[in-house]
Design a protein around this ligand. Sequence first.
Ligand code: SF4
Length: 251
Amino acid sequence: MGGHPEGTARVTLALRVHDRPVHIDVRLPDRTARLDELLPALREMDDRVIDATIAHVEAGGERVSCAKGCSACCRAQPVPVTPPEAYALARLVERLPEPSGARVRAAFTANVTRLREAGLYEAYMQRDPAMTRDEARIIARRYMALRLTCPFLADDACSIYAERPFTCRQYLVTSPPKLCEAPLDNAVKPVPMPATFATAMLEAGEALTGRAQHTVPLTLALDYAEASRMDIEKSGSAKLAFEQIVRRALK
Ligand code: SF4
């Protein structure tokens, strides 16, 4: 890493993903930072890893079915986001110009109301660490039955494409798009991803706060960012956190 007059440090990495060379060239804050401030660099890195993974899958004769205009996964699934991503989304919503900001905030409020009415709000906001996989599946099924559309979906496209969460970036399938409408009941075939940036981000959050971290559905991002602001706003060395996240994500 080298210093930079604008307060950022350049990081270059040479990786091999599915035996393909992947060159990473990103910038990090050259100081202490919150974890959400690492997201631009991590998203860039994730995108390069995903590109190499798609090339690998398609070289093997399969086709990724996801394309602009297919929004099945944005119309029902919980879309788990990490606390720093929830915080970044909350800040993004604050910056939206009107009337988009009012539309997006109203969509969040409507979805949160539906989750409260369904008795699912607390289950996701205060995730029980002892929850079993079967119990998580049951609440996921109840969530999907609500058919909540992501507040950022506009005209069947993602309105925050460059800043969408890791889950949205990494969720690619080679099965027919229609199957994604009920992923727990259909034989959806996701593309296995070689990097786990969301998990790595949770572990970095645990190291920074000393508290167990969990994801929340995207539609609870604004509520969760507000409720966990004290933890999410903790900062540490950007360089150390980035190294920890990258090492864990590529493990
Ligand atoms: S953030 Fe974008 S890609 Fe992700 S669920 Fe929402 S609309 Fe879909």
